[in-house]
Design a protein around this ligand. Sequence first.
Ligand SMILES: *[C@@H]1O[C@H](CO)[C@@H](O)[C@H](O)[C@H]1NC(C)=O
Length: 265
Amino acid sequence: MAAFAHSLSLISFFLMARMLAGTTAAKVASPRTIYYRPSAWEKAYATFYGDETAQETMGGACGYGNLFNNGYGTDTAALSTALFNNGYACGQCFQIRCVQSKHCYSGFTTITATNICPPNWSQDSNNGGWCNPPRLHFDMSKPAFMRIAWWKAGIVPVQYRRVPCVRKGGLRFSFQGNGYWLLVYVMNVGGGGDIASMSVKGSKTGWISMSHNWGASYQAFATLGGQSLSFRVTSYTTKQTIIASNVAPADWRVGLTYKTNVNFH
Ligand SMILES: *[C@@H]1O[C@H](CO)[C@@H](O)[C@H](O)[C@H]1NC(C)=O
């Protein structure tokens, strides 16, 4: 009897060991992280706007608001229409280096797209209307521009390439709207830095797809008050989808920003 009990416990030991091994294997086999890789260098031009304080760069068209509070700092640029891509370029990261000008400094700087440089058709595209389509143009913050060229140059030819955005921590969701309309700004996006689409799920609803509002904001016309909220976010560039569960508690409020521990790479 004792021997029988012993062999039973041996069997259960092996079963346990197999289950544990299975668990470990499942973790290894979980969806692979997709890493965004830098693009090839392309040609464009760059100017700057605002002064050394970069105050003028706050509150840009992407809707990031105060760039210091939201982690972007002064290393930002407004993109011409051709690069802005209706706001889908918001949050993308670019390395920019000055080329073919005696005013160039060596090395490059890395900026985040936070704004649009709108066309001005009363200016010639080759004389002041630098952001008119189809021109590829970066209107950089002055501190960022001053790292690649002598600022008095005004405009310089550049080379640029997309690079992965390196962010500390996870996606951040900033809430606006009202009881029937939830407008969410997605910030601190790593990897490709951009968002193609997103959905929201209340604790009492299924997934509700959100529509692109402007810049980096997405909206749902739904009554979601009193429910904890989760988001499903798809990268514009890599197409990877990640789920941020229970981002906001049931007593969430507009005007607040909720941090998560998931991000793109
Ligand atoms: C467009 O260019 C004209 C001519 O230089 C200038 O007067 C005007 O302020 C510009 N408009 C905008 C919106 O910048």
